[in-house]
Design a binder for this molecule. Structure first.
Ligand code: PEP
Ligand code: MG
Length: 573
C-alpha cells in the first residue's frame, strides 16, 4: 500500500517488537500490579507530552495532536478500570491484562466500517506498546542509534515510531501493517517521508543492511535491486523532486483563469487529516465541515463543550478564513453506532438530515450552541443539510434565534449576524431557491445527493452506477437554473459535491457560472492547476454546448473529447 508519496533509497534498519511477559500473579500481589500499572500510565503520559513538544516544534501543532489524543486513552476511566478488573479478578499480571484490553479495544475499532476510524486502532496499540515497554523498563531511544540515510523497517506504522525517529536520518519507512489514514501516515506525509505499508513479514524478509528502494507513490519496495532498477529510480527521484517543486510553487499562486477570473477554492473537511491538508494546500477557507466525524469517533453524543473545542480548534487554525459548519447530517447513508435509526424500506427517502435533527432538538440545540459560541471570535457560518423547503429553514432560524436570546441573557459572546445557509441537494430545494434566497444567506450545491435524487440512483450502490451520471443533462439544467435564479454575484453559491474537485467536470461547472468550489483538500492543487490552464469564454462555450445535449452519454463523450484534445498537464500531489 502506497501511504506517503516519494522515493527513498538507502540501507534497511529492521526494528523488531519486544516480547511481552504475560503471566498470573498471587492473590496478595494484585495491589502491587495495579500500582505498577498506574505508575507506568504516569510515565507514559510524560513521554507522550515530551513527544507532543518534539513534534509540535518539528512539524506543527496539528500533527502533534495525535499524542494529545493518545494521552486521552491513558486517562480513560473505562480503560483503566478494565485493566484493573482483570488484574484483580483474573489475577493476570499487568502485562497480560493490558495486552488483552488493548487487543479487544483495537479489534472493536478494526471492525468499524469507516477506514479512518478503523485506523484509530493503531493509536490504541501504540499506547499499549508504550506502556508495555515502560513496564519492561526499556527505553525507546532507538532513534539515536539509527545511521544516516536509513530506511526503517518495522512491524507497524505507529505514530511514536515516526516521532521517535531522527527525521533527517530517515529516507523512508516500510511497515508490515498501517493504513493511509492513520495518524502515523499523516505525520509521515507532513514530513515528506515516503512510506509503503502492508508488506507481509516485512521485518523477517528484509534484513538490516539490505539495500532498499521504497517507491511511496506506486507502493513498491525493492530489496537489493539490480543496477538497472537503481538507475531507473535515480531518474524517477530527480523527476519527482522537480514535480514537487512545481506543485509547491502552485500553493502560493492565485486560483485564476488565464483571462484573470478568480475562483474561490475552499476545502471539504471532516477528519483531522483533512484539516491538515487544507492548511497545507492553503484552501481559501472551509466550504463544508462535515461534523458527523466528531460524533462518529465517540461512543456517545459529544457534549456542547466537546463540540465547541473541535470547532474552535479548526476555526482558530483557519482564522481569518471562513469556516462553514454543516449541522449534523444523519440518516440515509450516514449513521452513528449509538443512535440507531428506525429500520425503513428506503433510508434515502426516510427521515434524514435536518428533518431528523428537528425531531431531536436537544442534539440540534447543543450543536447550534457550540457553533454560536465559536462564532464570537471567528467567521463561522451554519449550513443546513438536506432541506426540502422553507419550513425547515424557518424552524432552524427560530431555534437559532432562541439560542441567541439565551446567550444574551447569559452574557455570552457570539456573532449576532451569523450567516445561515442551506445545502441544495434535493430537487425541491433546487426548485425553491428563489424563495429560499429571501431567507438564507448562502447556498451550497450538494451534487452527491442531488444527482441521486434527480436520477433516482442510490449514490452508494455500485449496481446503480450506470444510472448515477453527474453529466446528465437534467443535472446541468438544474444547476443552470439555480445559478440563474440565485445570481451568485449577489448571493453566495458554492458547490461542494465530489464533482467540484473532479478535473473532468471543472471547465463545464465554471462555464455554467460557478465560481466557488469546495473540494477534498488533496484535490486543491490539481484543480488550481486546471483553473490556471483554462479561460472563461472557452468554459462558457463548453457549458453552452453541453446544455444543448439530450443524454448523459452525449455530454460525457463531449467532455472526454475535450479532455483528450486539451490534455492539460495534471500533476498528482
Ligand atoms: C452532497 O450531498 O453533495 C454533499 C456534499 O453532502 P454529503 O456528501 O456529505 O452527503
Ligand atoms: Mg449530501
Amino acid at each position: 500500500m502506497a501511504v506517503s508519496r516519494g522515493i527513498g533509497r538507502g540501507s534497511a534498519y529492521v526494528m523488531t517488537a519486544q516480547s511481552v511477559q504475560v503471566g498470573l500473579i498471587e492473590e496478595g500481589d494484585t495491589g502491587r500490579e495495579v500500582s505498577r500499572f498506574r505508575s507506568a500510565l504516569r510515565e507514559a503520559e510524560s513521554q507522550l507530552s515530551g513527544l507532543y513538544q518534539k513534534v509540535r516544534e518539528g512539524i506543527g501543532s496539528q500533527a502533534a495532536e495525535v499524542f494529545t489524543a493518545q494521552a486521552l486513552i491513558l486517562n480513560d476511566s473505562y480503560f483503566i478500570q478494565r485493566v484493573s478488573v482483570l488484574i484483580e479478578t483474573q489475577r493476570m499480571n499487568v502485562e497480560g491484562a493490558l495486552s488483552q484490553v488493548i487487543d479487544q479495544a483495537s479489534h472493536a475499532f478494526v471492525m468499524m466500517e469507516d477506514p479512518y476510524i478503523r485506523e484509530r486502532a493503531a493509536d490504541i496499540r501504540d499506547v499499549g506498546r508504550r506502556i508495555l515497554s515502560i513496564l519492561a523498563t526499556q527505553t525507546r531511544s532507538q532513534g539515536a542509534a539509527i545511521p544516516e540515510g536509513t530506511i526503517i523497517v518495522a512491524d507497524e506504522l505507529l505514530p511514536s515510531l515516526i516521532a521517535d525517529l531522527e527525521y533527517s536520518k530517515v529516507r523512508a519507512l516500510v511497515t508490515g501493517r498501517g493504513g493511509k489514514m492513520g495518524h502515523a501516515a499523516i505525520l509521515a506525509r507532513s514530513l515528506g517521508i515516503p512510506v509503503v505499508s502492508d508488506i507481509h513479514e516485512a521485518t523477517t524478509s528484509i534484513h538490516t543492511g539490505d539495500l532498499l528502494i521504497v517507491d511511496g507513490s506506486a507502493g513498491l519496495v525493492f530489496i537489493n535491486p539490480n543496477d538497472s532498477i537503481v538507475q531507473e529510480y535515480v531518474n524517477l527521484e530527480r523527476d519527482f523532486l522537480a514535480e514537487r517543486e512545481t506543485m509547491k510553487a502552485l500553493v502560493d499562486l492565485p486560483a485564476c483563469t488565464r483571462d484573470g477570473v478568480t475562483v474561490k477554492l475552499l476545502a471539504n473537511i471532516g477528519k483531522t487529516a483533512d484539516v491538515e491538508a487544507a492548511l497545507l494546500f492553503k484552501a481559501d477557507g472551509i466550504g463544508l465541515f462535515r461534523t458527523e466525524f466528531g460524533f462518529l469517533i465517540r461512543d456517545h453524543f459529544p457534549t456542547e463543550e466537546e463540540q465547541y473545542a473541535i470547532l474552535k480548534n479548526v476555526a482558530e487554525q483557519f482564522h481569518p478564513r471562513p469556516v462553514t459548519v454543516r449541522l449534523l447530517d444523519l440518516g440515509g447513508d450516514k449513521g452513528l453506532p449509538y443512535f440507531p435509526l428506525a429500520q425503513t424500506q428506503n433510508p434515502a427517502l426516510s427521515e434524514r438530515g435536518i428533518r431528523l435533527m428537528l425531531k431531536h432538538r436537544n442534539i440540534l440545540e447543543s450543536q447550534i450552541r457550540a457553533i454560536l459560541r465559536a462564532s464570537s471570535d471567528h467567521p463561522i457560518s451554519i449550513l443546513i443539510p438536506m432541506i426540502s423547503g422553507l419550513e425547515e429553514v424557518r424552524e432552524v432560524r427560530h431555534l437559532l434565534e432562541s439560542v441567541k436570546e439565551s446567550f444574551k441573557s447569559e452574557g455570552r459572546g457570539f456573532n449576532s449576524s451569523i450567516r445561515l445557509g442551506v445545502m441544495i441537494e434535493t430537487p425541491a430545494a433546487a426548485l425553491m431557491v428563489g424563495a429560499l434566497a429571501r431567507e438564507v444567506d448562502f447556498f451550497s450545491l450538494g451534487t452527491n445527493d442531488l444527482v441521486q435524487y434527480i436520477l433516482v440512483a442510490d449514490r452508494g450502490d455500485p449496481g446503480m452506477a450506470p444510472y448515477y451520471r453527474p453529466a446528465h443533462p437534467a443535472l446541468l439544467k438544474i444547476i443552470r437554473s439555480v445559478i440563474r435564479t440565485i445570481n451568485p454575484e449577489t448571493k453566495d453559491l458554492a458547490i461542494c459535491g465530489e464533482i467540484a474537485g473532479d478535473p473532468f467536470y471543472f471547465e463545464l461547472l465554471l462555464g455554467l457560472g460557478l465560481r466557488c468550489f469546495s473540494v477534498v483538500p488533496t484535490e486543491i492543487l490539481e484543480i488550481k492547476n486546471i483553473i490556471r490552464s483554462i479561460s472563461l469564454p472557452e468554459a462558457e462555450k463548453v457549458a453552452r454546448q453541453a446544455l444543448t445535449m439530450s443524454t448523459a452519454l452525449e455530454v460525457e463523450n463531449f467532455l472526454e473529447k475535450r479532455w483528450q484534445a486539451k490534455n492539460p498537464v495534471v500533476r498528482e500531489i
